[in-house]
Design a protein around this ligand. Structure first.
Ligand code: MRU
Length: 358
């Protein structure tokens, strides 16, 4: 599997996901503004991946700073933080990365400016490496909910491309396959940007997982026919009550799951959980330009010129529709998420396990 993002010789190299699957090409960024442009323009997308990109962008921006003391260094980093924070509002991972970096700098404020610049590069690489390990752990917990022969539906792309590697929603699928379970995946195409068709189908085919592509409006018909055993999706931000923001259309799927008694799981690294907000109503929802809806690949117009468009990029699924949230620490019912904030929590007692023998 190709790498989504990497730090190579003082530059950030990102796979241009906007061209997949027709073209595998990479963009070299030696300026934090270009990294920010990449996040805005969806060259890189997916909550954990844009968190990593933000950290690498900040590391790039820091190298340009000429300050010779900590106060000036932090002041000059301010516009860099603001630029990455202004790119996309819904995924909490950008804010999470900025806060992690700020607190590291404050802890190490006595070190030289050159050392701090080097530390930022190390930290960005660490965020990427940790993300892969987190995803593997999500995979191990999540695979317990997959039985031999299951058909799993997923929406958008919460795969390797959306992360440092391995994916969140796809991780349980990869582990299930490694365990010898015969699974197949149904990928929603995911209008308007087609992350399911272009990215999820592409990466699962490379992993040798049988995948079938459907239009977004087919999911209900398949559930009614009993052809879907479970749904696993990712999240851009989950509130502490378990309300889940994810790609537009996720809410529709969750309601369909309830009607058809199909379990609805959310794979969520703890970095995607915003413990500072009590419910999904506080999650900022990105609205994007009309051309993603009126045109295919900004080239082929499919709607009349001048038509009114709403292009809401994410929706919030209320926690009552969520069967379990699968994190790197185990799977939990949404109502128990807030208990993870306590230091002395007994995770083993809180974890939900499948009622069948996997
Ligand atoms: O607009 P995108 O492609 O960034 O949206 C991505 C999603 O909605 C993913 O499901 C989410 O970020 C989780 S990625 C592990």
């Amino acid at each position: 599997m190709v790498k989504t993002i990497e730090w190579v010789n003082g530059k950030v190299i990102m796979l241009d996901q906007s061209r997949l699957p027709l073209e595998v090409s990479f963009i070299e960024c030696s300026d934090y503004r270009k990294v920010a442009e990449g996040i805005r323009e969806l060259w890189i997308r997916g909550a954990p991946a844009i968190g990593i990109a933000a950290a690498m962008g900040i590391a790039l921006g820091a190298q340009e700073i000429k300050a010779d003391n900590f106060t000036d260094f932090m002041r000059e980093l301010g516009p860099v933080f603001n630029e990455v924070l202004s790119t996309r509002p819904t995924a909490v991972n950008i804010k999470w990365a900025v806060e992690r970096i700020k607190s590291l700098l404050i802890q190490r404020r006595e070190e030289s400016i050159d050392r701090l610049k080097a530390l930022l590069i190390e930290e960005a690489k660490k965020i990427l490496e940790e993300d892969i390990e987190v995803n593997k752990a999500i995979g191990r917990w999540g695979a317990e909910f997959i039985k031999d022969g299951d058909t799993i539906l997923t929406h958008c792309n919460a795969g390797a491309l959306a992360t440092g590697g391995y994916g969140t929603a796809t991780a349980p699928m990869l582990v299930a396959k490694e365990e010898g379970k015969r699974i197949q995946v149904i990928a929603d195409e995911t209008r308007p940007v087609l992350q399911g068709a272009r990215l999820t189908a592409w990466e699962l085919m490379q992993e040798g997982i049988p995948v079938t592509l459907i239009t977004d409006n087919t999911a209900g018909a398949l559930m009614k026919r009993g052809e879907i055993d479970l749904v696993i999706v990712g999240t851009d931000r989950t509130a502490r009550n378990g309300d889940v923001a994810n790609k537009i259309g996720t809410y529709t799927l969750a309601v369909l799951c309830k009607e058809h008694k199909v379990p609805f799981y959310v794979a969520a690294p703890l970095s995607s959980i915003d413990f500072s907000i009590t419910s999904g109503e506080f999650i900022p929802i990105e609205e994007r330009g009309p051309e993603e809806v009126t045109c295919i690949f900004a080239k082929y117009r499919i709607a009349p010129d001048g038509v009114n468009v709403r292009n809401i990029a994410f929706d919030v699924t209320p926690h009552k529709y969520v069967t379990a949230i699968i994190t790197e620490k185990g799977a939990f019912i949404p109502g128990d998420l807030k208990k993870l904030m306590k230091k002395d929590v007994n995770l083993e007692r809180l974890r939900v396990r499948p009622y069948f023998k996997s």
